[in-house]
Design a protein. Structure first.
Length: 563
């Protein structure tokens, strides 16, 4: 009987690492006999693709792989499972239906027979070493180690109750509903501290969580989510020769046709000289180029999603340049105790609050943004309450955050400006002021109401993107969702190829609560991009200034006449 993982979650990939030593100590294993994932792969003569190798090495709880068709995602997932079958583990392969889930299970069984030399038997009773059984009725693979791997379908969610799992793999995750992901799969891993591996393409997005998790995983975050992009063209191996290799020899190693290797590497003389670069593709590149030409003429954007693992461009997005990888930075958008905090509030159906700090970074050239005069807007935190709440409840939630004390203006050289709120939210503005006055931490809190046109707000927000003076903390997931989803109304099908979405007056009034709050602040603090700060209305402050200047001129004149 094989031992259990006892809550370790991940097997170590390499020997002689801190994690390897920790696992050996936790499981009371002899380091000399403890096999790593890398050693299992070498013993079974498996050579991972470059991107899939990074997936194998990762110990993230939630791993997301967005790949193209025929990119080798399922093969990589099968190999991720194999080392765990030599332990007494329990795992699931889950998909939209049993047929899809069993694709990976079939690949696992092929590896066990062809690479590991195991034998498939008909009954799971009294399995001998290197024997396994697969029940088509129960969709269950059982090994002599007492490891179990089961195929599960989202069409049968009632079968996903009660089990404690060491791991779960979701194939075609873009077809898998988030409700089942969060209620049926994640709780199964609590006991073991296990992991989840989700694979899919951007072509089918019935489960939008897959795209959202991919975006989150592109930057450091607090949820142990890591993501990779694996296009079809990356389904290749890069081999550096030692000298003397023939195409027949490489064909045996990489399990392919030797003539394909010769055709993929024109101009190479065989046998190889030392340190020659050889590329072995598992796909037909000529066919792929023809498919690209065909799809780009008939259905623009489909090839990008289907084979390049890229989101299909949405012509109707308000902020098409938004990118988690570019604008999300934990270091730049972390709370700085030495700087004041500003509040940006939109108390609509969803009560949205953004906590903002203004920073300067010596390593970045930010003087293109003349509005902010070189200052970067850093969204250090957000509060996003979608249920009906009162301003008092939101105020109390804000007061629990570590940055709350910096909303006060106790330091002399901090400006008096404390933030902005929707100009139409008069009652909420008064409530914030009253609660701030009663607060022992703040003493005062005044949020200015600022009227900002929607297009003015969008242009100003985009200016901060264009000048790279906007940063957001990885935890601001609802802000990132709004930036990725806020869009103009889509044209009817018959006009989608001709209608320019930018000619539409305003975007759809949804997924914009934090966005509005932030552009109220941008315009209220620094002004509107593309407009002069000078308006046709003379303010009371300007009238006083004009009166002082007039008095000064008259005084000078009186002195001149006296002489």
């Amino acid at each position: 009987m094989a031992p259990r993982l006892q809550g370790m979650g991940h097997l170590p990939f390499q020997r002689n690492t801190d994690y390897f030593n920790e696992v050996c100590k936790q499981l009371d294993c002899d380091p000399a006999t403890m096999m790593t994932k890398e050693e299992v792969y070498e013993a079974l003569q498996y050579i991972p693709l470059p991107t899939i190798l990074e997936v194998h090495k990762s110990r993230a709880t939630h791993r997301i792989v967005v790949g193209g068709n025929r990119a080798g995602k399922s093969e990589g997932a099968a190999w991720e499972i194999v080392p765990y079958l030599f332990w007494r583990t329990r795992g699931w392969v889950v998909s939209a239906n049993y047929e899809l889930a069993e694709i990976i299970v079939d690949k696992v069984m092929t590896i066990l027979i062809e690479r590991a030399g195991m034998r498939r038997v008909k009954r799971p009773d009294n399995l001998r070493p290197f024997e396994f059984c697969y029940s088509s009725r129960d969709h269950r693979l059982t090994l002599w180690t007492e490891a179990r791997l089961e195929a599960k379908s989202s069409e049968n969610p009632d079968s996903m109750h009660g089990a404690s799992l060491d791991y779960a793999v979701i194939d075609e995750a873009s077809l898998f509903p988030y409700a089942l992901y969060d209620t049926r799969l994640v709780p199964r891993l609590v006991d073991s501290g296990g992991w989840m591996l989700s694979l899919g393409t951007f072509e089918f997005l019935q489960g939008e969580w897959f795209e959202n998790y991919y975006d989150i995983g592109q930057a450091p975050n607090d949820w142990s989510i890591t993501s990779w992009r694996h296009p079809t063209r990356d389904n290749y191996h890069h081999y550096v020769s030692t000298g003397g290799e023939t195409p027949q020899y490489l064909a045996i190693i990489f399990r392919t046709n030797w003539r394909k290797i010769v055709n993929m590497n024109p101009g190479v003389d065989w046998p190889l000289q030392p340190n020659e670069d050889i590329f072995i593709f598992n796909i037909d590149l000529i066919w792929l180029e023809k498919e690209k030409k065909r799809l780009e003429e008939l259905s623009p954007g489909v090839f990008s999603a289907r084979y390049e693992a890229q989101k299909s461009p949405n012509r109707y997005l308000v902020f098409p340049s938004w990118s988690v990888k570019t604008y999300v930075d934990k270091k730049r958008a972390s709370f700085d105790k030495l700087l004041p905090v500003y509040l940006a509030v939109d108390p609509g159906g969803t009560y949205a609050v953004a906590a903002i700090q203004l920073k300067r970074f010596d390593d970045l050239d930010s003087f293109e943004n003349k509005l902010s005069k070189g200052q970067h807007i850093c969204i250090i935190d957000t509060i996003y309450l979608q249920t009906t709440v009162t301003t008092k409840e939101v105020f109390d939630e804000c007061s629990k955050r570590e940055w709350w004390a910096n909303v006060a203006r106790d330091i002399d050289y901090w400006d008096n400006f404390q933030g902005t709120i929707d100009v139409n939210a008069k009652e909420q503005q008064k409530t914030w002021r009253t609660l701030g006055r009663e607060s022992t931490t703040l003493g005062r809190l005044y949020l200015r109401g600022k009227k900002v046109g929607i297009q003015d707000g969008i242009k100003t927000f985009q200016h901060y993107f264009d000048t790279h003076t906007f940063w957001s903390h990885p935890n601001n997931k609802f802000l990132h969702l709004e930036l990725a989803r806020h869009h103009y109304p889509e044209a009817p099908i018959k006009r989608q190829d001709t209608e320019d979405p930018r000619r539409t007056d305003n975007p759809k009034d949804s997924w914009n609560h934090l966005l509005k709050a932030i552009w109220y602040f941008m315009v209220g603090k620094f002004g509107c991009y593309g407009k002069s700060k000078r308006s046709g209305v003379v303010t009371r402050k300007e009238l006083r200034k004009m009166a002082r200047e007039r008095k000064a001129v008259l005084k000078v004149r009186e002195g001149m006449y006296a002489v």
